[in-house]
Design a binder for this molecule. Structure first.
Ligand code: UD1
Length: 365
């Protein structure tokens, strides 16, 4: 049985790696990695392949950047041609990026079954492109692999058939647990003269935060406040760097002592920096989960989360522009001891990839 595994943007690579890591256990399955090229800079893509030991993609669609419609359409046109030529038995997509929905639509229309890994997550905020991608992908997927209980409830509410929905846990956490020790050995924070817990790890790239100059300026003001209390290591996403430069706000960050504005980091470096951080400040979806799994406090610069288990069982706090809350949480975290205990979230045990391939092997094989 041939399965096309789609990866295109940075958060996809660590997820698909968990499937390749256990593929040998399922001799009736052949996984073919398709890279859409949504992310193309070496530090947004290639470095993940080397860090994660991913195989070379069998096909690179080379789509690059563009408006949402252009990017989605380019993935669709190019993947359609590949599917017509090669007829996989299943197309497996992960997460919620434009490549996810594009390949799911192509496969469904060519009557190729679709599996969606990380199904059922909902922020209920349709202004996020990822929410549109999640809803559409789930509505046409034949296998819905869910990471947390909210996903089961959301899919049932949307009328998806119970036999298609499977609670399997989280492939991203499989990879995190597999790589954690190797990542820790890198002691990346030493490059900035820091020891564990002596810094906050900051990332942001969501259009709602970085494309709106007023919102971006507000966040920078809060970052300036944070920088007076702790060192900050901030790998800057290409979208964010361009908005910070255009608005001139980058100069304010560059003027801060103990602020490390660095290029986007590879997977192992990111895990090392998160695992040893005093706190994570982010608008990323994946980091809310990774910090929860590692037990590192996370302050999320968003109004909503599609990953509510990180709040109820993990370490996450939604800031939702409540800057008093932000300052209170920072003060509490800096006042606490630096030890962190990993959260025990059901099914986040490193075996999601195995569960997914077992279900596919039994039901399709
Ligand atoms: C995409 C995903 C988002 C994910 C994020 C992680 C969608 C809708 N969004 O957002 O869910 O959290 O990736 O990074 O799919 N760029 C580069 N080099 C690259 C990639 C992008 O310079 O390798 C630039 C682009 O030219 C563009 C900007 O970064 O100006 C945004 O890239 P894009 O892939 O459109 O969306 P992301 O914001 O990265």
């Amino acid at each position: 049985m041939i399965i096309d595994v789609i990866a295109g943007a940075r958060p996809n690579f660590m997820k698909v790696a968990a499937l390749f890591a256990v593929a040998d256990q399922f001799p009736n399955i052949e996984l073919r990695l398709i890279h859409t090229g949504q992310h193309y800079d070496a530090n947004m893509s290639e470095v993940f392949f080397s860090d994660l030991g991913l195989p070379k993609p069998i096909r690179h669609l080379d789509v690059g950047s563009g408006s949402h419609a252009t990017q989605t359409a380019d993935v669709m046109t190019r993947y359609e041609q590949w599917v017509m030529e090669t007829r996989p038995d299943l197309t497996l997509v992960v997460g919620d990026v434009n490549s996810t929905v594009a390949c799911a639509i192509v496969a469904a229309k060519l009557h190729i079954p679709v599996a969606h890994v990380e199904a059922g997550l909902r922020s209920f905020d349709r202004s996020m492109p990822e929410e549109i991608n999640r809803v559409l992908t789930d509505s046409i997927s034949d296998f819905l692999f869910v990471t947390e209980p909210s996903g089961m409830i959301n899919l049932a509410h949307e009328g998806r058939p119970a036999q298609a929905i499977h609670m399997v846990g989280h492939v991203m956490i499989d990879t995190l647990l597999r790589m954690r020790e190797k990542a820790a050995d890198l002691v990346v924070y030493q490059r900035y003269g820091k020891r564990p817990s002596e810094y906050a790890f900051l990332t942001m790239h969501r259009p709602a935060n970085v494309d709106d100059p007023v919102q971006l300026a507000t966040i920078i003001e809060q970052i300036e406040w944070l920088a007076q209390r702790t060192a900050i290591i901030f790998p800057v996403h290409p979208r964010t760097r361009s908005r910070l430069s255009d608005s001139g706000l980058i100069a304010r960050l560059e003027a801060l002592d103990d602020m490390y504005l660095i290029d986007p980091v590879g997977y192992l470096e990111a895990v090392c920096l998160v695992d040893s951080a005093r706190m994570v400040v982010t608008d990323s979806g994946g980091l809310q989960e990774e910090s929860s799994a590692l037990g590192v406090p996370c302050l999320t610069l968003r109004d909503s989360t599609e990953r509510p288990i990180t709040i109820t069982e993990g370490t996450n706090t939604l800031i939702a522009d409540d800057w008093d809350l932000f300052r209170q949480r920072v003060t509490v975290i800096l006042g606490q001891g630096s030890d962190h205990t990993p959260s025990m979230i059901p099914y986040w045990d490193g075996r999601a990839g195995e569960r997914i391939l077992r279900i596919l092997s039994e039901q399709l094989g």
